[in-house]
Design a protein around this ligand. Sequence first.
Ligand SMILES: *[C@@H]1O[C@H](CO)[C@@H](O)[C@H](O)[C@H]1NC(C)=O
Ligand SMILES: *[C@@H]1O[C@H](CO)[C@@H](O)[C@H](O)[C@H]1NC(C)=O
Ligand SMILES: *[C@@H]1O[C@H](CO)[C@@H](O)[C@H](O)[C@H]1NC(C)=O
Ligand SMILES: *[C@@H]1O[C@H](CO)[C@@H](O)[C@H](O)[C@H]1NC(C)=O
Ligand SMILES: *[C@@H]1O[C@H](CO)[C@@H](O)[C@H](O)[C@H]1NC(C)=O
Ligand SMILES: *[C@@H]1O[C@H](CO)[C@@H](O)[C@H](O)[C@H]1NC(C)=O
Ligand SMILES: *[C@@H]1O[C@H](CO)[C@@H](O)[C@H](O)[C@H]1NC(C)=O
Length: 398
Amino acid sequence: MILLLLIHFSSLFNNLSAKHNNNNHHSHNHHASARSHRPADSNPRLHQAFIALQAWKAAIQSDPNNFTTNWVGPSVCNYTGVYCAPSIHDNKTQVVAGIDLNHADIAGSLPDELGLLSDLALIHLNSNRFCGVLPSTLSNLSLLYELDISNNRFVGPFPAIVISLPMLNFLDIRFNDFEGSVPPQLFAKKLDAVFLNNNRFTSFSIPSFISGSSATVLVFANNNYGGCLPPSIVNFANTLEELVLINTNLSGCLPEEVGFLYKLKVFDVSYNKIVGPIPYSMAGLYHLEQLNLGHNMMTGEVPDGICMLPNLLNLTVSYNFFCEEDGVCRNLTSKKGVKFDDRRNCLPERRLQRSEKECKAALDRPVECILGGAAVAAAAVARAVALPNSPSLAPTPT
Ligand SMILES: *[C@@H]1O[C@H](CO)[C@@H](O)[C@H](O)[C@H]1NC(C)=O
Ligand SMILES: *[C@@H]1O[C@H](CO)[C@@H](O)[C@H](O)[C@H]1NC(C)=O
Ligand SMILES: *[C@@H]1O[C@H](CO)[C@@H](O)[C@H](O)[C@H]1NC(C)=O
Ligand SMILES: *[C@@H]1O[C@H](CO)[C@@H](O)[C@H](O)[C@H]1NC(C)=O
Ligand SMILES: *[C@@H]1O[C@H](CO)[C@@H](O)[C@H](O)[C@H]1NC(C)=O
Ligand SMILES: *[C@@H]1O[C@H](CO)[C@@H](O)[C@H](O)[C@H]1NC(C)=O
Ligand SMILES: *[C@@H]1O[C@H](CO)[C@@H](O)[C@H](O)[C@H]1NC(C)=O
């Protein structure tokens, strides 16, 4: 029996290499003949997984921590990082439901054969050196719920393949080299959390037509979007709890609609080129805990309505041109233990403010916010400020 298995799988190896050498060569016949030799208890789903995982192993150039060393033989459920579970279609059949190679530091690419792993619900490849693009065959993974390919070396445009995954709920592609625009269709999907930070995306548009978006966490930081935060952000109002846009070259004014995101707990737009005032609508963000507007070119007052937010824990308005602050704000730290940072503004009677000259240059040219978040007469302010280096958002293991 073991001998038969060995013969069977070594013939599959040959088929795989034959397939690699000749794309027109279909391995159908080999599958059929292999099946006839298979023992009665063998499982066609695991057999497909075996083909996929062996192709993957062949596409790996370096595996310094020996994650895939035991990826030999037909028992794919025993492979390191491979998780089996009963099929959702038939609970008596084991299938490969999860791949977790987080922090393996593997160098390689993703082969087309991964499309055979159609039972996968979860792929975690955080912190490896996978490169290239996501194969289009991944569209076959109709059950995929979580995809984490963060901190790798993937390149090319936004991996549009993820938009075709009907069950996808969690998408983490941060810390790669994706570039270009983020397609609006992404935001029409029922995604709970989306991490796009630390790539080279140059634009994103939130379509105005979507409703019923389910995102609770959107992290777009450290990309080069430019432009204004669109008022269509309001489309996330019913679900969005965290919006992080640090260092994305956002300009213009914050739209009033930010204040309609009534579930927000974290709002961070620091290290951008935002001008104009804090929209007073933000005083209605009852759940807001972390608010970071630091390192922008905002003007006007820090309104008491913001400082009185009942759940506020940490308010940063430093490195702007705010010129007025309510007493409630000044007292935040002593009264409620809230972390408050208002350094480097133009606040009279406060320590560690900008020089009079710097303030005058900015305040002499007031900014007018117009519909849609655009601002006029902002260019002069931009010239008056040298933007500092930005922080990084470390990926977190999941
Ligand atoms: C991986 O296996 C090789 C060869 O057996 C061994 O030299 C190396 O120390 C192993 N690496 C780790 C991290 O265990
Ligand atoms: C797979 O792992 C199980 C549990 O550790 C073990 O009983 C079984 O012998 C292994 N199968 C093979 C083929 O290594
Ligand atoms: C497996 O499925 C059968 C038929 O759908 C069902 O009766 C049974 O309770 C299920 N078993 C488990 C462990 O879920
Ligand atoms: C998609 O998955 C099915 C099994 O569910 C498999 O037969 C088929 O070959 C796969 N297609 C691709 C392109 O991998
Ligand atoms: C923002 O724009 C400036 C000027 O074009 C550029 O140097 C910088 O790299 C951009 N920031 C990011 C995060 O891409
Ligand atoms: C408050 O927020 C700032 C800016 O995001 C951060 O640097 C700081 O660590 C936070 N402090 C606390 C106590 O959370
Ligand atoms: C600040 O808080 C302290 C302690 O609660 C209180 O005595 C003081 O009157 C407050 N000052 C202002 C300006 O609200």
